[in-house]
Design a binder for this molecule. Structure first.
Ligand code: NAD
Length: 477
């Protein structure tokens, strides 16, 4: 049984409760993890608060940065172990898990190196005054993350918060606590003072809600579904704390008839298949100019039919989906598409020999999808690609912007003017031109527009989100 990590110590739930840890490739339980609640959240918030007046709060930025870089190195030193843990916990292929761990290390390296490069400003003001703007930690930062990329999400949200000197409380998703617990242990071994990073494991409606609604936190970083994001924002409003919301997406891949198809097709397929489609930035809508629709969609279908699904050890294109709820969610969308007689252009294949209890979904490409169909508008969060035809640039933009989401978009054309016009007109936090950026991109500011959320993570901009300013006005005559 895995315990929580609070104030530098391992702790079980006060009432002794725990939750199962299940392997998505088999559906079998292989461990238990403590099921924390309001009491453990209280302890973690108190430990994070105490860190602010202890060794962590007194540490200068260079020393903080050095510790973060040591954590990055510790992650790399334990990369195989962490990748195996992550693959077992999520079902993802080993190559994907290894990449995730590498990205986790990159977050600690990037923000470690940046910690002492956050400079203040001097502001011209009235004669006889010197005004200085300094950056300070927010205090106690709460971080609630989803199960799709547990290690990457931890790095993305926790590393910048630590770089700015905050005391952190992390609530991993109930299905995927293992890598967070191991990273917290490695972090303390690398020199992170006790209480600077606390991990409370538990259910969303228990530990998650207690953390979001805690009266002594100063900030919430939430990544997950729109439904829960709305609850978190309400909790933040009650205590008047800032929150960032990284929510869902329905990202368009806009393909014009002059595309370099040899380059584009494998990337287009990977953008939806990666992590079995359970990626907020999954390229789940394929928008192709009508004059090239048959040709391009035909090539995508050919590549799609070669997609193979299997266990982490088989290391194929993708693994199972995360849990039974996710399995029925994806199946429900596929059934709705089939019930509407949408044309199946291609299906991937589940490898022979996988356990029957695993959460297996066959990747599927639907063609000629009506623009108002549920699979055109709602986030499936599975390996389901919907293809549409558009007439011209204006139609492509209207179609791309025709969902409530605005997280990421890709534009594919050899016409540089069109590339930039479309990129400018598309509502998204990131636009990739002749490439696709799902995953990684530690350096690149990231976040949603419209219903995909607000606030920015990744890149140096995250350091602004995870800190506050103080204006010092000095009258010297
Ligand atoms: P989810 O909203 O169900 O859970 C996310 C986290 O919130 C988990 O830790 C969960 O325990 C917690 N939670 C649940 N109920 C809560 C409550 N009442 N109060 C506080 N916390 C609570 O999301 P999920 O199913 O784990 O993840 C899938 C969703 O996440 C998708 O919509 C996906 O697009 C989105 N996502 C977005 C990004 C992004 O960066 N924009 C990245 C990854 C995933």
């Amino acid at each position: 049984m895995k315990q929580m990590f609070i104030g530098g110590r391992w702790l079980g739930a006060r009432d002794g409760r725990s939750m199962p840890v299940v392997d998505p490739s088999t559906g079998q339980e292989f461990d238990q993890v403590a099921r924390g609640g309001a009491h453990e959240v209280d302890l973690a918030v108190a430990a994070a608060r105490a860190s602010q007046s202890g060794a962590w709060g007194r540490m200068n930025a260079t020393e903080r940065g050095r510790i973060l870089m040591k954590i990055g190195q510790a992650v790399l030193d334990h990369a195989d172990e962490l990748a195996k843990l992550e693959a077992k916990d999520t079902g993802k292929p080993m190559a994907t898990a290894k990449n995730d761990i590498n990205v986790l290390a990159r977050y600690f390296e990037f923000y470690g190196a940046a910690a002492d490069k956050v400079h203040g400003e001097s502001i011209p003001f009235l004669n006889g005054h010197q005004v200085t703007l300094v950056r300070e930690p927010l205090g106690v930062t709460a971080h609630i993350i989803p199960w799709n990329y547990p290690a990457q999400m931890l790095g993305r949200t926790v590393a910048p918060a630590l770089a700015m000197g905050n005391g952190v409380v992390l609530k991993p998703a109930e299905d995927t606590s293992l890598s967070a617990l191991r990273v917290a242990e490695l972090a303390v071994a690398a020199g992170l003072p006790e209480g600077a990073l606390n991990v409370v494991t538990g259910l969303g409606e228990e530990a998650g809600a207690a953390l979001a609604g805690h009266p002594d936190i100063d900030f919430i970083s939430f990544t997950g579904s729109n439904e829960v994001g709305a609850l978190v924002q309400q909790a933040a409003a009650k205590s008047a704390v800032k929150c960032t919301l990284e929510l869902g997406g329905k990202s368009p891949q806009i393909v014009f008839d002059d595309v370099d198809a040899d380059r584009a097709v494998p990337i287009i397929v990977r953008a939806i298949i990666q992590n079995a489609g359970q990626t907020c930035t999954a390229g789940s809508r394929l928008l192709v100019q009508r004059s090239a629709y048959e040709r391009i969609v035909g090539r995508v279908a050919e590549a799609f039919a070669k997609v193979r699904v299997g266990t982490p050890e088989m290391d194929l294109d993708c693994g199972p989906v995360m849990n039974p709820a996710q399995l029925s969610r994806v199946n429900r969308y596929v059934e709705k598409a089939r019930a509407s007689n949408l044309k199946v252009l291609a299906e991937g294949r589940i490898a022979d020999g996988v356990a029957s209890g695993g959460y297996w979904v066959k990747p599927v490409l639907f063609g000629g999808v009506p623009r108002d169909h549920v699979i055109a508008c709602e986030e499936v969060f599975g390996p389901v690609l919907a293809a549409f035809a558009f007439e011209d640039e204006a139609d492509a933009i209207a179609l791309a912007n025709g969902t409530p989401y605005g997280l990421l978009a890709a534009v594919w054309t050899e016409n540089a003017g069109r590339l930039h016009r479309v990129a400018k007109a598309v509502k998204a936090g990131q636009v990739f031109m002749n490439c696709y950026g799902a995953g990684g991109g530690v350096e690149l500011p990231f976040g949603g527009t419209k219903r995909s959320g607000h606030g920015r993570e990744k890149g140096l901009i995250a350091l602004d989100e995870m800190s506050t300013t103080k204006t010092l006005v000095h009258f010297h005559g």
